[in-house]
Design a binder for this molecule. Structure first.
Ligand code: SF4
Length: 462
C-alpha cells in the first residue's frame, strides 16, 4: 500500500506550500467539500447511530473475516463468477495479465480502483503490451499528466482548470486556452466513449462485497463502471479482503454514509450491483487481494484502520492535508488514513507520515466508520520512536522537552532563560534551513514581566 517518491513529507509539503495560490485554493476547495458534508450529515437525525452501526458491522466482519470470505466465494461461484486469491500485488497483477492474455485482450478500460493503484497495475500492464485507460474523469486527467491521484475520491483536486484546458489541448486537441468546464467535460466524454467502444475488457474496483449473496457493488458518479463492463465480454473486479459486509441489508447503512461523507451528496449517482456474469458468453472474475492486510488485522492497535470505506472525509477535513496536498504523502492513500496504512507496509520509508498531523482529532470526528485515526497516528509515533526510525534531532528534542515539561523547576528555569536569551540569540541560530519552525514564524516578543508576575495578575483579575 505504498507510493513511489523518495522525498519525505516535510520536503514535498514545503514545495507545495511555496505555490501560494495553489495551496490556498486547494485548502478552500477541500474545506468547501467538508462543509457540504457537515450540512448534509446534519439533516439525518440518526447520523451518529448510522456511524456506530457501520463501525460495529465492520468490526464484526473483521472478527469473522475468514468465514465471510469463504461464504462470499461460495455464493459468487454459485452465481457464475470465477474467484481468484492473490496474496500480494505481484500475484494480483499476474492474474489480471493471464486473464487478459487468455482472452487476447489488448485494450482495457478501468473504473476508479485504489487497489489497482496500490498494485501499480497500469505500468505493469503497459510493460506487457496492454493499453489501459482510466475512465473516471479525475483519474484520466492524472493518467494523462503521468502522475498518481492526489486524493482517493477527487484524484485531480490539485489541478487547476487552466492546466486541464492546456492538457486537453495537447492530448486530445481541444481549443487552445479553453477552460469552460462544460466544454472540457464534453470533449473528454467524446474521447472516452471511443475507448469504451474499443475495449476488450473492463476492470473495476469493489466498494462493498456481500458475503450472503456473492455479489458486489461499485459506486461511481459518472457511470463509467457501468459503461466499462456493459460492452466487453470480460469483467475483472479487484477487491481487498476488507471490502466485505455480511448481509445485503447492511448495504444501506454504508451507502447512506459513503456519499454524504465523501462529497456531501445524498447518494452516489450510480451504485451498480454485480451478481455473476452479465450475460451468457460473458465472464466475471473477482480477484480477492491481501497485500499486507492480514498483517494489519493481526495488530491490535491498527486493525480498525481496515474499517475504512475510502470516503476521503478525513482528507477533506485534515488541516495538514489541505495545506500540503496529496502528493506530499508519497503514498497511494494520502491523508490521515494513508499515514496509518503506509507505515504498516514500510515503516522506515513512511516514518514522517504520522507526524503530518496536528492531533486535532477532526479526522476521527468525521470518519463515517468511527476509526480513531488521530489516536492511531499517535500510536505510530510511539512505535517509530521505539524503533528509532525518527531523526536524531527529533529524538533529542523530544528527550529534552520531556525532561523540561516533567519538572516544574526546570520548566520555570527554562521560561526565565527563554525570556532573556531567546531574543538575544543571533538570528541565524533560529532562522536557518535546518529549523522548519523558524522558516514560517517570528519569535514572540519577550514579555516585560516575569511569569510569576503575569500569573499573579491573572489570578487577581479572575
Ligand atoms: S478513514 Fe474514515 S474518513 Fe478516512 S477515508 Fe476511511 S472511512 Fe473515510
Amino acid at each position: 500500500m505504498s507510493g513511489s517518491s523518495t522525498l519525505s513529507h516535510p520536503v514535498l509539503a514545503e514545495r507545495f506550500i511555496k505555490q501560494e495560490g495553489r495551496a490556498h485554493w486547494h485548502d478552500q476547495a477541500l474545506w468547501f467539500v467538508r462543509s457540504k458534508r457537515d450540512r448534509i450529515a446534519a439533516t439525518i437525525p440518526e447520523w451518529e447511530l448510522l456511524r456506530e452501526t457501520a463501525s460495529n458491522i465492520k468490526q464484526h466482519t473483521l472478527s469473522k473475516l475468514a468465514d465471510y470470505l469463504e461464504e462470499f466465494e461460495r455464493n459468487a461461484v454459485a452465481a457464475g463468477a470465477v474467484v481468484h486469491w492473490a496474496k500480494d500485488a505481484a500475484e494480483h497483477n499476474a492474474i489480471v495479465l493471464s486473464l487478459l492474455q487468455k482472452h487476447g485482450a489488448k485494450r482495457i478500460v478501468k473504473s476508479k480502483s485504489m487497489l489497482t493503484e496500490e498494485c501499480h497495475l497500469n505500468p505493469f500492464l503497459e510493460r506487457n503490451g496492454i493499453s489501459v485507460v482510466d475512465t473516471d474523469l479525475g483519474e484520466w486527467i492524472v493518467q494523462l499528466r503521468n502522475e498518481p491521484p492526489s486524493h482517493i475520491v477527487m484524484p485531480a483536486i490539485h489541478t487547476k482548470r487552466e492546466e486541464i484546458g492546456e492538457l486537453f489541448h495537447e492530448k486530445i486537441g481541444t481549443e487552445k486556452g479553453a477552460i469552460d468546464p462544460d466544454y472540457l467535460v464534453k470533449a473528454a466524454r467524446g474521447h472516452l466513449r471511443q475507448r469504451f467502444l474499443e475495449a476488450d475488457a473492463g476492470l473495476t474496483g469493489v466498494n462493498f462485497a456481500i458475503a450472503e449473496t456473492g455479489g458486489f457493488v461499485v459506486c461511481t458518479n459518472e457511470g463509467n463502471a457501468d459503461l466499462g463492463t456493459s460492452l466487453p465480454k470480460l469483467h475483472i473486479a479487484s477487491m481487498g479482503i476488507e471490502k466485505l459486509i455480511p448481509r445485503k441489508e447492511d448495504l444501506g447503512v454504508f451507502l447512506r454514509l459513503l456519499a454524504r461523507s465523501a462529497t456531501g451528496q445524498p447518494i452516489t449517482t450510480y451504485s451498480t450491483h454485480f451478481h455473476g456474469p452479465r450475460a451468457a458468453g460473458c465472464e466475471l472474475h473477482i480477484i480477492i487481494v491481501d497485500n499486507g492486510r492480514s498483517e494489519i488485522m493481526g495488530s491490535e492497535e491498527f486493525r480498525r484502520s481496515l474499517n475504512c470505506i475510502r470516503c476521503g472525509a478525513c482528507m477533506n477535513t485534515c488541516p495538514v492535508y489541505r495545506r500540503s496536498g496529496g502528493h506530499s504523502y508519497s503514498a497511494v492513500v494520502p491523508g490521515p488514513i494513508g499515514s496509518i496504512l503506509a507505515p504498516s507496509v514500510d515503516p522506515a520509508k513512511h516514518a514522517a507520515l504520522p507526524y503530518a498531523c496536528s492531533l486535532c482529532g477532526s479526522c476521527t470526528d468525521v470518519c463515517p466508520v468511527k476509526i480513531d485515526l488521530h489516536l492511531q497516528l499517535y500510536t505510530w509515533r510511539n512505535k517509530l520512536a521505539v524503533k528509532r526510525l525518527i531523526p536524531a534531532s527529533k529524538r533529542w528534542g523530544m528527550a529534552v522537552a520531556s525532561k523540561v515539561l516533567g519538572s516544574p523547576k526546570l520548566f520555570n528555569f527554562a521560561g526565565r532563560m527563554a525570556r532573556f536569551w531567546l531574543p538575544k540569540l543571533p538570528r541565524f541560530l533560529v532562522y536557518n534551513r535546518f529549523n522548519t519552525w523558524g522558516k514560517q514564524r517570528e519569535l514572540p516578543e519577550a514579555p516585560n514581566k516575569s511569569f510569576r508576575e503575569m500569573s499573579a495578575e491573572r489570578r487577581a483579575t479572575r
